[in-house]
Ligand binder design. Structure first.
Ligand code: NI
Length: 151
């Protein structure tokens, strides 16, 4: 799905309890990981494959990590500027300010609770992907970055 498709602009729905551990959810996560790898991306959110559910994948040193119903519970006030792109906004890149570190809680595909802290580039990926679940694209945040530069 690329910019202009309504699924990218809607708030994605929470994954319901009955879906945890289902083949449907596992298959969705596998398909997303494959799509991300094929595009050489570092993250992908379900709306990007046309599914309006709160699921995203982030690439890690240990392979793709699927987070379901993620909630960023804490963000540092310190921000870093860096360039971002998006599989759904082909050919465009831009500087975005993101919190330097954060805390996140989520569930695994099997339903296990996950909670961890992240910083730097990994924290950036998590914020970018979490934005997708709220219908936000990185291009929406460019103006903010420009403001940060002037400040
Ligand atoms: Ni993206």
């Amino acid at each position: 799905m690329t910019e202009g498709d309504p699924v990218l602009r809607r708030r994605a729905q929470e994954v319901e309890e009955k879906m945890f551990g289902s083949e449907e959810l596992a298959t969705l996560a596998e398909d997303m990981a494959e799509t991300m790898a094929a595009a050489k991306g570092v993250g992908i959110a379900a709306p990007q494959v046309g599914v309006g559910l709160r699921v995203f994948i982030a690439d890690t040193a240990d392979g793709p990590l699927a987070l379901v119903n993620p909630v960023i519970t804490k963000m540092s006030s310190k921000k870093d500027l860096d360039e971002e792109g998006c599989l759904s906004v082909p050919g465009k890149f831009g500087t975005v300010g993101r919190a330097r570190s954060l805390s996140i809680q989520a569930r695994s595909v099997a339903g296990e609770k996950i909670a961890f802290e992240a910083k730097g580039f990994f924290a950036r990926i998590l914020q970018h992907e979490n934005d997708h679940l709220d219908g936000i694209l990185f291009i929406d945040r460019l103006a903010e970055a420009e403001g940060d530069k002037k400040a």
